[in-house]
Design a protein around this ligand. Structure first.
Ligand code: TYD
Length: 136
């Protein structure tokens, strides 16, 4: 099973612009403990290159665009995020790489846990072993 899903959030539009609200546990399947955002990434940079043991995240590109490659140890998908009302849910044990950040892109991430370096798997070979255990 691929622990990745695109999510559409409701966008309220009127003559004043757009508003999107995201409620933890309601619009996304976890309580939000942490929010961070990535800005001013040069276009040749690849970020991510890791998976998480327990963490659930939703990635939302608030401005510009970014591509996200997700891999479960066997198959990969590439998603282009370029709308503030679309989120990419990524569950545990999924390797992710964010690339092709457009100029002025803003990638916001909602996370289910506080930052914990021990929750990261940054070694690709170690990831392949863990993915086999997790998804088999
Ligand atoms: P990292 O997760 O490697 O970024 P990315 O996956 O986007 O390439 O984090 C980069 C640095 O920021 C690393 O030193 C850890 C730190 N960091 C925090 O202190 N808190 C956080 O919530 C996150 C996500 C990273």
């Amino acid at each position: 099973m691929f622990q990745v899903a695109l999510m559409k959030f409701k966008e309220l539009s009127d003559g004043r612009g757009n508003l999107t609200a995201i409620e933890g546990g309601a619009d996304i399947p976890f309580d939000i403990k942490r929010v961070y955002y990535i800005t001013r990434v040069q276009e040749d940079v690849v970020r991510g290159m890791h998976s998480h043991i327990k963490l659930h995240q939703v990635l939302i590109c608030l401005n510009g665009s970014v591509k996200v490659k997700v891999f479960n140890g066997e198959e990969y998908e590439i998603h282009t995020l370029d709308r503030a009302d679309i989120g990419l849910y990524i569950g545990p044990a999924v390797w992710r790489e964010m690339h092709d950040f457009s100029e002025q892109s803003v990638l916001m991430v909602l996370a289910s846990e506080y930052y914990d370096e021990k929750d990261y798997i940054r070694d690709y070979n170690e990831y392949l072993k863990q993915a086999k255990i997790y998804f088999d």
